[in-house]
Design a protein around this ligand. Structure first.
Ligand SMILES: NC(=O)c1ccc[n+]([C@@H]2O[C@H](COP(=O)([O-])OP(=O)(O)OC[C@H]3O[C@@H](n4cnc5c(N)ncnc54)[C@H](OP(=O)(O)O)[C@@H]3O)[C@@H](O)[C@H]2O)c1
Length: 257
């Protein structure tokens, strides 16, 4: 079984670092042109795009801003004339203790929901509309594939400091199911990683040690971004279209549902 994405255009959010970067590299290795989205890490995204080749290029957008997800999709569509794959991966993991002042707690809630859920909804809406347009133009079957990146926290929950994070990821799973049910030339999938060694996880490892991070997993090493990326690419490839609506766990059996 080979995955050939030659001629396809993929937009990957949060591709400057971590899981998104690993996904972008895998997509490019399969032949895709990759829109390498970044928020603040422009130089890193430029390097990812250059290494990817295939006319890949970076796209900047702060996904906390209303409309930024739509604007990002429009920028990629304007640059390439088509978007075949959207990987909604960018995310933030912000602590908000129960005893934080309410205004600070609410600000963290709003930032988290904006980046982790609303921007994903904007991208999903844009992907569904693009798929519908292509269907109306005569394309048959699945035109656009969306893969969202949620988290183990969507199913297991998270610590009280991360209520917004877990709630946003639960929303991503429900959003993905709803977009899948709409069909209309769009297939929508999710991937729910467990603890993965990236910048997002680094503070926990630094504070608690590697053994604490690995506690509960059934494999003999921590999950790396490169362990998550192949599942994302497989779902985006067209080989899994009849699994549309599903979210696949990639958590080394640390949470089995
Ligand atoms: N690592 C884990 O243990 C883990 C576990 C479960 C789920 N996940 C999920 O996996 C996804 C990727 O996480 P990761 O571990 O790869 O994280 P990461 O290494 O911290 O990278 C986060 C990415 O998201 C982008 N981003 C964050 N806030 C943004 C904003 N406001 N606007 C635009 N881009 C923004 C960052 O872009 P810039 O650097 O360019 O700003 C970066 O590319 C996230 O959705 C995360 O919730 C991670």
């Amino acid at each position: 079984m080979t995955i050939d994405l030659g001629g396809r255009v993929a937009l990957v959010t949060g591709a400057s670092r971590g899981i998104g970067r690993a996904v972008a590299e895998r997509l490019a290795a399969a032949g895709a042109t990759v829109g390498v989205h970044y928020g603040r890490s422009r130089e890193k995204a430029e390097a990812v795009a250059e290494a990817a080749g295939n006319h890949s290029r970076p796209f900047g957008a702060d996904l906390e801003a209303p409309g930024a997800g739509q604007g990002l999709f429009d920028a990629a569509l304007g640059a390439y004339g088509r978007v075949d794959v959207v990987i909604a991966n960018a995310g933030t993991f912000e602590e908000a203790p129960l005893d934080a002042p309410l205004d600070a707690w609410l600000a963290a809630w709003d930032r988290t929901m904006a980046v982790n859920l609303r921007s994903v909804a904007e991208l999903g809406r844009a992907a569904a509309r693009h798929a519908r347009d292509r269907r109306q133009a005569g394309e048959e079957g699945v035109s656009v594939r969306l893969v969202t990146v949620s988290s183990r926290a969507a199913f297991r929950g998270d610590d009280p400091e991360y209520l917004a994070y877990a709630a946003s990821k639960g929303g991503v799973v429900a959003l993905t199911k709803s977009l899948a049910r709409a069909g209309g030339g769009l297939a929508a999938f999710g991937v729910a990683p467990g603890f993965t060694r990236t910048d997002m996880a680094a503070p926990f490892i630094e504070a608690n040690g590697e053994a604490a991070a690995a506690r509960g997993i059934a494999l003999d090493r921590l999950t790396e971004a490169e362990d998550v990326a192949p599942t994302v690419v497989f779902l985006a490839s067209g080989l899994a279209d009849h699994a549309t609506g599903t979210t696949v766990d990639v958590n080394a059996a640390s949470y089995v549902r």
